[in-house]
Design a protein around this ligand. Structure first.
Ligand code: SF4
Ligand code: SF4
Ligand code: FES
Length: 463
């Protein structure tokens, strides 16, 4: 496709001839309302919201199905086009229940946004005259459907038809009885099903897991990367600190990255935020008794000094590269052998041919690049220091110090709490070798040290 010049709202833009006009508008942040178009699903042309005026055309045209041509002159603003949008929006809303105060999508709903941007009309329809549909349908896979709120954009049905190819959803009925439904005898059931919640532009599809837990305007979004497998899908961590409480994660959402995950994430990765907050190791534990940080550090140094025989350090291959580098330097400093065994993280049942990888360790590639040994050590250790490795209990050792994010079933000589990935910051290298930085998202009221914070304290105590 050759490059050509078009004029939009009196400004010149260069675009590929034959590409979609709506993509150019989105790329340059030129505001045009739309429900049914989505970059991952393409044009469907059913909502008619994306109308623009094109010089030489008698009637307004939909931008999502208009191909760029040389010399095209487009208008996205003006009284004429705005009145067309207003009328289409009113048509979309004729039977909408307008139950925004109790709708979980409020604050991130395209209907609300477009009404405020282009609507602002007085309704011609009385609430009593509206066609009603079912409001609480459990579709399966953690997704709830409210048929009345649906604008029939068909994003959800196209997702199951074109992306997952599982075909669970369809639009049934005609005219104002048309509604989204599962196919007879089917449930929404595929490992990526919850993406329909993000795709739905209104409050028709909501996540059973998230709904009614928070109003979205209270949430802060921090960009991050899922640690569910070595794919490294990009996510937003949505979190909030309510008064006196610890900062809490309420959901993971996909973040677009065309080089990694496109627009989507798997449901297991999406729900993996829960494990970051459950069953956490928060206390320092010495021989089964809770101790202070100063006592723990003293016990650490004493155990290290008294170590007889080889010292083995185990590092979790989910740790950030900066943490692995720090552990590698520390292991060299104390003359220990370092391992980051990977076998535990192989999961062939999890893998598919889209996003999900059979390597469940998020930073396995960084381990490989740093040339850290990935087998399980077989020799008996005088002292084992484990940085959150799940195989720590399998190593034969006289003494064990375990830094761990979660309470485990095994007791060690010294157990020290460790921050989870959302409470730390650093770089993941995904299985394709793409480096991705994750900033710290969560600050606890009583912070749990990260690997680097622990090592800084330990080395400080060493001097
Ligand atoms: S449920 Fe949502 S995504 Fe599906 S057709 Fe209706 S509005 Fe569109
Ligand atoms: S495919 Fe892997 S990295 Fe992506 S969301 Fe799922 S578990 Fe997370
Ligand atoms: S986005 Fe163009 S018709 Fe729906």
């Amino acid at each position: 496709m050759s490059q050509t010049e078009v004029v939009i709202d009196d400004k010149r833009f260069v675009a590929k001839e034959g590409s979609l006009l709506i993509d150019l508008l989105i790329k340059h942040n030129l505001k045009v309302p739309y429900f049914c178009y989505h970059e991952a699903l393409g044009a469907d042309g059913n909502c008619r919201m994306c109308m623009v005026e094109i010089e030489g055309q008698k009637r307004p045209q939909i931008a999502c199905d208009t191909l760029i041509k040389e010399g095209m002159v487009v208008r996205t603003k003006g009284e004429n086009i705005e009145s067309v949008r207003r009328n289409i929006l009113e048509l979309e809303l004729i039977n909408h229940p307008v139950d925004c105060p109790i709708c979980d999508q409020a604050g991130e709903c395209k209907l609300q946004d477009f009404y405020m941007d282009y609507g602002l009309y007085d309704s011609h329809i009385d609430q009593a005259d509206k066609v009603h549909h079912q409001k609480h349908i459990d579709l399966g896979s953690n997704v709830m459907l409210d048929q009345e709120r649906c604008v029939l954009c068909a994003r959800c049905t196209r997702f199951t038809a074109d992306i997952t190819k599982t075909h669970e959803l369809g639009i049934i009925g005609r005219g104002d009885h048309a509604r989204v439904s599962t196919m007879p005898g089917k449930k929404l059931d595929n490992p990526y099903a919850m993406n329909v919640v993000d795709l739905c532009p209104v409050g028709a599809l909501t996540s059973k897991d998230f709904r009614f837990s928070q109003r979205v305007w209270f949430l802060t979004s921090t960009p991050s990367v899922c640690h569910g497998c070595a794919k490294g899908c990009n996510i937003f961590i949505d979190h909030n600190r309510e008064k006196y409480k610890d900062e809490t994660i309420y959901r993971f959402r996909p973040r677009e990255n065309q080089a990694v995950n496109g627009y989507f994430i798997c449901d297991e990765g999406r729900l993996s935020y829960k494990a970051l907050q459950e069953n956490r190791q928060v206390e320092r534990d010495r021989n089964g008794a809770v101790c202070s940080e100063a006592e723990a550090l003293k016990a650490y140094c004493k155990t290290l000094e008294g170590a007889k025989g080889e010292i083995i350090v185990l590092a979790d291959p989910n740790l950030y590269r900066e943490e692995l580098v720090a552990i590698e330097a520390y292991a060299a400093h104390i003359g220990a052998s370092l391992y980051a065994p990977l076998e535990h993280y192989r999961d062939e049942d999890f893998a598919d041919d889209w996003l999900k990888s059979s390597q469940r360790a998020a930073n396995a590639k960084a381990v490989e690049i740093l040339e850290i040994k990935t087998t399980l050590p077989v020799e008996k250790a005088g002292l084992l220091i484990s940085f959150n490795h799940p195989d720590a209990a399998q190593i034969k050792a006289e003494k064990v110090i375990s830094f761990q994010t979660h309470i485990g079933k095994d007791a060690y000589d010294l157990t020290l709490p460790l921050a989870v990935f959302s409470e730390s910051a650093g770089t993941l290298v995904n299985e394709e070798g793409i480096e991705q930085y994750c900033p710290r998202a969560i600050k606890r009221n009583e912070p749990i040290p990260t690997v680097i914070e622990w090592l800084t304290q330990i080395e400080g105590g060493d001097k």
